[in-house]
Design a protein around this ligand. Structure first.
Ligand code: SF4
Length: 523
C-alpha cells in the first residue's frame, strides 16, 4: 500500500484530518504531520517529511475563499498552486490528479470547487483578496506552495476547506462558525485522501487509435460554429448536435440553443438539424413553419435513410436493426413508418409481419456493435432466407475502427476507460466491446468521473474515446493519471482515417465568400 503523509499546518487541522482518516477503512500507511503556520515553517517541515520518504503527499487545512460563489465549509481542490508571496521561488506548481480527488469528493456528497490556490507570505486584507482573484486564484493560504516545492516530484494533492469568504471575512463575527464549518468539511473529506493514496502508482497507458471525433461529428460541430459565425447567435439546434456533454456545453457558451422540438424554435430563427438525422415529418414541419434549416445529418446516416426509402418504394418490409428511442433510429424509421419495423435483438425477428416473406430487407443504425448486429442479421436470414441487406456495412467506418481499436487495447489492459457521454451509442458500444473481451471498462465524460477504486491495482490502463468525445478529454485523463505517478503511453493503432465530408451548400457558399473577403482584405 502507498505510504501517504498528510501535511496540516495547524494542530486543529491535523486533528480534524486524523479523525476523518481514523474513520477510513484502512489508514495503516497514512501519517498526518503538523507542519506549522506560514511559509517558513512549512518549508522547514517539508525537508524532514521528504527525508522520511513517503510515496505520496497531501496538503490539508483551511483556506480563505476569494470568489463570491464560495461558501464557508466548501472544499477547494487545487489544480495548481501559485507562490504569490515569492517565498518558494515564485513558481506555479500543478496538481494534475486534482480532478480525480474532486470527483471522488463530489460522489461522497461534499461541495467541491477546483481551481488555482495562491500561497501568500502574510495574512491578506480585503483589497489583496480582490487582486488575487483577478489573477485567477479561487482561494488563498500560507503554506501550500513551499510544501509542494519540497515534494520532490511525488504525487501531491492539496485539499483546503474554506473558513472565510469575501462575504464573511476572516476577522468578523463569523470567524468561529466559519472555522468550525471548515474543520467539519476537512474531517468528512479526509477518508477520500486515503482512497486517493491507494490509487497512486506508475502506470502504462494504451491509447486506442483511432479514437475521438469522426468526420460526421467534426462536420456537425463545424456547421454550428459556421452558422454562429455567419448568422450570429442565437442559432437553434434541434436535439444535441452530437451526443457529448462537453461539445454541447461549449457550443451553448458560443450562443447555440439546444431544443428538443421545432415548436421551441421561434419564427424566423436559424435552426440546425443534428448529426443523427431527422424524419421527413420534421422536415415538413420546418417547411410549414417557414424555417430554413441547415442540415448537419451525417452523410452516412443519410445513406441509410436513402436505402430505407428505396426498399420501401420497392415493396419491402424493412427491419431496422437498432436501439429504440435513439434519435437516429427515430429519424430513419420516419422515412417509411408503414413499411418499417424496429428490431433490437434476435428474438424480435419473430414479431416481423411481412406481407410477402420474399420481400424482407434489413438496415441498421450506424453505431451498433458489429457482433451484436450480425446476430440479428443471422436471425432475420434464418427466418427469411431471401432477406436482403448490407450485411454490417451500414455500421460506419468510425464505429468499426473504434471497436477494433478498443479490442486491441482491452486484450492488454487491466482496465479500459472510454471517454464519452452516456447517451452516445457508439461510446456505450465501446464499453460493451471491451467487456466482451474480458476487461473491466467504464464510460467517463471527464477525468472527474473516474472512481479511484477502479484504479487500485490497475497498472495498465487502456483509454478509448467515442466518435463524439473531444480529443482533449483523453489528454485530461492521461494528465490526471500522470498525477498519480509516472505514466508511459503507447498508441495502439489499428487503422488510420482520412474521411472528410463537405459542408452543406448554403454554409459552404457563405464561407467561401468570407474566405474570399478575408483574402482580399489581407492582400
Ligand atoms: S459515428 Fe459514423 S455515422 Fe455517426 S456521425 Fe460519425 S461517421 Fe457519421
Amino acid at each position: 500500500m502507498t505510504t501517504l503523509t498528510v501535511c496540516a499546518p495547524l494542530r486543529v487541522e491535523a486533528r480534524a484530518l486524523r479523525r476523518g482518516l481514523d474513520a477510513a477503512q484502512d489508514t495503516s500507511e497514512v501519517r498526518v504531520v503538523r507542519t506549522g503556520y506560514g511559509p517558513a515553517r512549512a518549508a522547514a517541515a517539508m525537508e524532514q517529511i521528504a527525508a522520511a520518504g513517503p510515496e505520496a503527499l497531501a496538503v490539508g487545512g483551511v483556506a480563505g475563499g476569494l470568489t463570491d460563489d464560495l461558501r464557508v465549509g466548501d472544499l477547494v481542490v487545487a489544480t495548481e498552486v501559485t507562490d504569490a508571496g515569492g517565498t518558494a521561488g515564485g513558481a506555479t506548481i500543478s496538481c494534475p490528479s486534482a480532478p480525480l480527488l474532486a470527483g471522488e469528493l463530489r460522489r461522497a456528497g461534499l461541495t467541491v470547487r477546483t481551481g488555482r490556490l495562491a500561497t501568500v507570505a502574510h495574512l491578506v486584507r480585503h483589497g489583496q483578496h480582490a487582486a488575487l482573484a483577478v489573477a485567477g486564484a479561487i482561494a488563498v493560504d500560507m503554506e501550500s506552495a513551499p510544501l509542494l516545492a519540497g515534494a520532490g516530484g511525488r504525487p501531491v494533492v492539496v485539499l483546503r476547506a474554506i473558513s472565510d469568504t469575501p462575504a464573511h471575512p476572516l476577522v468578523s463575527p463569523h470567524t468561529v462558525t466559519g472555522g468550525i464549518a471548515a474543520l467539519r468539511s476537512l474531517r468528512e473529506a479526509a477518508p477520500v485522501l486515503a482512497r486517493w493514496a491507494a490509487a497512486v502508482g506508475p502506470r502504462q497507458v494504451l491509447l486506442a487509435s483511432p479514437r475521438s471525433f469522426c468526420a460526421g461529428v467534426e462536420r456537425a460541430i463545424e456547421i454550428v460554429e459556421l452558422a454562429l459565425e455567419q448568422h450570429g447567435p442565437p442559432v437553434y439546434v434541434r436535439k444535441q448536435i452530437v451526443h457529448n456533454a462537453t461539445v454541447v456545453a461549449e457550443l451553448e457558451q458560443a450562443g447555440a440553443i439546444f431544443v428538443d422540438e421545432l415548436s421551441e424554435v421561434p419564427d424566423g430563427a436559424n435552426v440546425v438539424f443534428s448529426a443523427h438525422g431527422v424524419s421527413p415529418e420534421v422536415r415538413q414541419d420546418a417547411a410549414r413553419r417557414g424555417l430554413d434549416p441547415i442540415d448537419a445529418t451525417c452523410p452516412l446516416v443519410a445513406k441509410v435513410h436513402a436505402e430505407a426509402r428505396r426498399y420501401a418504394a420497392d415493396g419491402y418490409l424493412v427491419a431496422l436493426i437498432g436501439h429504440a428511442g435513439h434519435e437516429e433510429t427515430e429519424g430513419t424509421m420516419g422515412e417509411a413508418p408503414a413499411s418499417m419495423a424496429l428490431v433490437e435483438k434476435p428474438e424480435d425477428v419473430a414479431g416481423l409481419q411481412p406481407a410477402d416473406p420474399a420481400k424482407v430487407a434489413y438496415l441498421m443504425q450506424t453505431t451498433l456493435a458489429a457482433d451484436e448486429a450480425s446476430a440479428v442479421v443471422d436471425a432475420i436470414t434464418e427466418r427469411y432466407p431471401a432477406a436482403t441487406g448490407p450485411g454490417t456495412a451500414d455500421i460506419c467506418y468510425a464505429t468499426t475502427n473504434r471497436q477494433q481499436a478498443v479490442r486491441a487495447i482491452a486484450a492488454r489492459s487491466d482496465l479500459v476507460l472510454v471517454a464519452g457521454s452516456a447517451n452516445s451509442s457508439n461510446s456505450v458500444r465501446l464499453v460493451e466491446t471491451a467487456e466482451r473481451a474480458g476487461t473491466r471498462a467504464y464510460l467517463v465524460d471527464s477525468a472527474e468521473d473516474i472512481q479511484l477504486g477502479w484504479l487500485a491495482g490497475a497498472s495498465t490502463i487502456g483509454i478509448a474515446a467515442g466518435a463524439s468525445a473531444p480529443p482533449a478529454i483523453v489528454g485530461q485523463i492521461v494528465a490526471a493519471l500522470g498525477g498519480l505517478g509516472g505514466v508511459t503511453t503507447e498508441e495502439v493503432v489499428v487503422a488510420t482515417e482520412s474521411v472528410q465530408f463537405g459542408l452543406p451548400k448554403e454554409l459552404r457558399q457563405a464561407d467561401d465568400r468570407a474566405v474570399l473577403t478575408r483574402k482580399t482584405v489581407s492582400s
